[in-house]
Ligand binder design. Structure first.
Ligand SMILES: [Zn+2]
Length: 397
């Protein structure tokens, strides 16, 4: 087993990173190692495995066995607990300058138990110019033991000044058969289910696995895909929008809260809550600041979980109307939602391609609004009102 095993259909990128890890080991023994460098930019479409590749490379740098996947170093990287590997996601929509400065300060520290201090930064496209120029300085003169692994959807999403200082590794969208084969071989999923999950997840590996293994995910997907034929009246638009926001919040509660409670307890225990003696005031102050920090992170984590839920709904709806467009145009390509063909054909029959394109545009607009902090309930309400077609109601009754 090796940490790179979970990457699907990315042979070239994996070979390059393995080679770099071998040269990194040479460098740390004072030899030459040209395949290794201090700043990497990993790009690839959502779900292609950008962060999986970055974390696998991180593990192969801190593992004394090239990323065996089994030692304590490898397991700690996977669990997000390795002291020499930091995995950074933006707090909120964009990276903040101050958080970036703190990150760079931490990045300059020497590693504690490995030859390298690795910083994995997700969503580099969310650096605005001020935070990006802060990051740029350290990429120009990186401390010798520090390695930056920057992840973004495409090269064009990254400031030219940043990307010119990185070695670029590009992931491609894995093919549907490759995803299905992986679901079967790694997770023992029945081939028919694996093929279904790969197709409906539209190339997103994590989503394909969730669809294949979690009945709740399949059920919610079905509920989403029933929406276009359920928008009978304006009041049903409001009700369905409310259902989505309510269930997204319930999901966010169940995912975020249990984690927070245990973090909270960890901090209280670490600061020895309830202890007595000298220096107690300082400790108390530090604990308060750590708890405040925890609270900020919990809020940001919650926003991300909610955004993921909304994205999933919007992505499923986009796939649905893409299928409507396929039927309307008479193209002979597979539908993403083959099992909804009958409903999709009905929706396609009441309107034309231009109207479908407008609906797809409305979905994109709803996403932009939610990202720009418009109340998600309002965004979904106006989306559903613009998706609704009264002529469809006449057919489906
Ligand atoms: Zn290992």
């Amino acid at each position: 087993m090796n940490v790179f095993d979970s990457l699907i259909g990315q042979e070239q990128a994996v070979a390059e990173m393995k080679h770099a890890a071998i040269d990194a080991a040479k460098l740390s023994m004072g030899e030459r190692g040209d395949a290794m460098t201090h700043a990497w930019l990993i790009t690839g479409p959502p779900g292609s495995g950008r962060s999986t590749l970055a974390l696998a490379f991180a593990a192969s740098l801190v593992c004394s066995n090239g990323g065996c996947g089994e030692c304590i170093d490898c397991r700690n990287v996977t669990a997000g607990l390795h002291p020499d590997v930091e995995h950074i996601v933006p707090e909120g929509i964009n990276y903040k300058v101050e958080a970036t400065r703190n990150l760079i300060e931490r990045a300059s520290l020497l590693p504690t138990r490995s030859p390298w201090h690795v910083i994995v930064v997700e969503d580099v496209d969310r650096f605005r110019i001020d935070a990006a120029s802060t990051l740029l300085k350290t990429l120009e003169e990186p401390p010798p033991q520090t390695v930056w692994l920057l992840c973004a959807p495409t090269v064009d999403d990254v400031f030219p000044t940043i990307r010119s200082r990185c070695r670029h590794v590009m992931l491609t969208s894995p093919t549907l058969p490759a995803i299905a084969a992986q679901l079967t071989s790694r997770f023992g999923i029945d081939p028919a289910m694996a093929a279904f999950a790969a197709r409906t997840a539209q190339g997103h590996i994590g989503r394909a696995r969730a669809i294949a293994t979690d009945e709740g995910v399949r059920l919610r997907r079905k509920q989403t895909l029933d929406i276009p034929t359920s928008l009978r009246s304006v009041s049903s638009c409001f009700e369905l929008a409310n259902n989505i926001v309510t269930s997204a919040n319930a999901d966010a509660d169940s995912i975020v809260d249990p984690l927070d409670e245990s973090d909270d307890q960890d901090i209280r225990t670490a600061f020895g809550e309830g202890a007595e003696g000298k220096g107690l005031k300082t400790v108390e102050r530090q604990m308060k600041s750590a708890l405040k920090d925890l609270d900020d992170r919990a809020k940001s984590r919650r926003r991300r979980v909610l955004m993921d839920q909304y994205d999933r709904v919007l992505l499923d709806l986009t796939g649905y109307y893409r299928d409507v467009l396929v039927v309307q145009s008479g193209a002979s390509v597979d539908l993403v939602n083959e099992e909804f063909r009958e409903a999709i054909t009905r929706v396609a029959s009441v309107d034309d391609e231009a109207a479908t394109l407008r609906r797809i545009g409305a979905i994109t607009e709803a996403r932009d609004q939610i990202v720009a902090n418009v109340n998600p309930l309002n965004a979904f309400e106006s989306l559903f009102v613009s998706l609704r077609d009264p002529r469809l109601t006449a057919i489906v009754g």
